[in-house]
Design a protein around this ligand. Structure first.
Ligand code: 13P
Ligand code: SF4
Length: 394
């Protein structure tokens, strides 16, 4: 008996029932969610946007270096001098000392890190100030200072090394540097934790509980019982001194609103729809999703795995949709689908669009920089210690 298979459409995803992530409308300048963007933006319908972006970039020449995170829109990625995950882009920013302007097509914490790693002579520009990150917003400097007091009262602070995910504000990175810790990304989380455990007995992992738990349990042999979750909205983090003393990994109660949407159901559903499918997910996904997946890795790792995958193989990818769409287009010989049935863009990454990019580039070419991201000197000093520690990890 032969069966006719319906071709699988990687974009076979339904609109999200609720407007996805209501971010970017706030006006709290301390929030990673950013502020409304000032400026006279070109209309999205302007048919000359691509030409205008090209012309402004050409006028700027080697003065400008454009970095594009893998989750950016196609229309923006087209103008990036380099693309990468947050680790690669941090290194690329640090390795471009001749560019006067670094235009960061990503989110606010990435632009802050680029400002910290580049010289004072260089200006880092974020084309839309409302491009923040909901995960980074889940750990504020005040909450983290309070957490440290809780750890001190429980008598464990001296044994704790903070490890903060790149997806955190410059304030949190500075806290990490002040307390002898390191930054990590999803590409080097294991190396960062190994380094931290060679320096202390416990790790305070900020702000993504899932990356912390997945790395410790999946890759380093810790048990789920070795991990506790510190909830900044509860007195004492919702933990007893006894629990803090027994824990190895103290995980901050934060998560990515995009990767947190993937569920065990989405894994089971795709396995039923596509026999033999390989499920490949980002470590920001929940532990149950990562445990049910076949492979786990950072965005760079996901790209590499698909490049190397044999023709005819099938893949369901649990990461941001802009990247999955591009990967599906780049590999027509493989079946590449989005792990969820529901549209799941990162709405703040998506805020950087062609009108904002054109506006930022034309303003720079006219000698009027806009949306400069500048970290104050003291925060920069301590955040840099933690970032440099990451770049020096063995
Ligand atoms: P990486 O770039 O480290 O893979 O992280 C993914 C992410 O969520 C960036 O915001
Ligand atoms: Fe933040 Fe998640 Fe968006 Fe990355 S994908 S910027 S962690 S909300």
């Amino acid at each position: 008996m032969t069966t006719t298979q319906t071709p699988i459409d990687p974009l076979d995803v339904q609109p999200t029932p609720l407007a996805l992530l209501l971010l970017g409308r706030e006006s709290d300048p301390r929030s990673e969610r950013g502020v409304d963007c000032p400026g006279d933006l070109p209309a999205p319908s302007d048919p000359d946007l691509v030409e205008r972006a090209r012309a402004a970039k050409a006028r700027l020449g080697s003065k400008v270096f454009i970095l594009g995170h893998h989750y950016q829109r196609d229309e923006v990625i087209e103008f990036a001098d380099v693309t990468g995950d947050s680790f690669k882009l941090a290194r690329d920013a640090a390795a471009a000392p001749d560019a006067e302007y670094i235009v960061f097509c990503g989110v606010h914490f990435m632009a802050e890190s680029a400002d910290i790693l580049t010289s004072d002579r260089q200006q880092v520009i974020l084309p839309d100030l409302a491009a923040g990150c909901s995960m980074a917003d889940m750990a504020t400097a005040e909450q983290v200072a309070e957490c440290w007091d809780v750890l001190t009262e429980a008598g464990v602070a001296d044994t704790v090394v903070p490890v903060s995910y790149m997806n955190s504000s410059a304030d949190i990175k500075a806290f990490t540097g002040r307390h002898g810790g390191t930054i990590c990304t999803s590409s080097n989380a294991r190396r960062a934790l190994e380094w931290a455990f060679s320096k202390g007995e416990k790790v305070l992992f900020l702000p993504d509980q899932h990356l912390g738990r997945n790395t410790a349990v999946r890759e380093m042999g810790f048990s789920l019982e070795d991990c506790v979750v510190y909830n900044p909205h509860k007195p004492g983090g919702g933990l007893t001194a006894e629990e803090l003393r027994a824990a190895k990994m103290i995980l901050w109660r934060g998560h990515c609103s995009v990767h947190g949407r993937f569920s065990l159901d989405s894994v089971e559903d795709v396995r039923a729809r596509i026999p033999g499918v390989n499920v490949l997910v980002h470590p920001e996904c929940k532990h149950e999703v990562v445990s049910a997946a076949d492979h786990v890795g950072s965005t760079e790792h996901i790209i590499k795995m698909l490049d190397e995958a044999p023709a005819g193989s099938s893949w369901a990818i649990g990461t941001e949709l802009n990247l999955v769409r591009r990967l599906a287009k780049a590999h027509p010989d493989k079946t590449i689908v989005f792990l969820d049935r529901t549209v799941c863009f990162c709405s703040t990454m998506n805020r950087i669009d062609l009108p904002h990019l054109v506006w930022a580039l034309e303003s720079l070419a006219d000698g009027k920089p806009v949306n400069r991201i500048q970290v104050d000197a003291e925060t920069e000093h301590f955040a840099k210690l933690a970032l440099e520690q990451m770049l020096a990890l063995p």
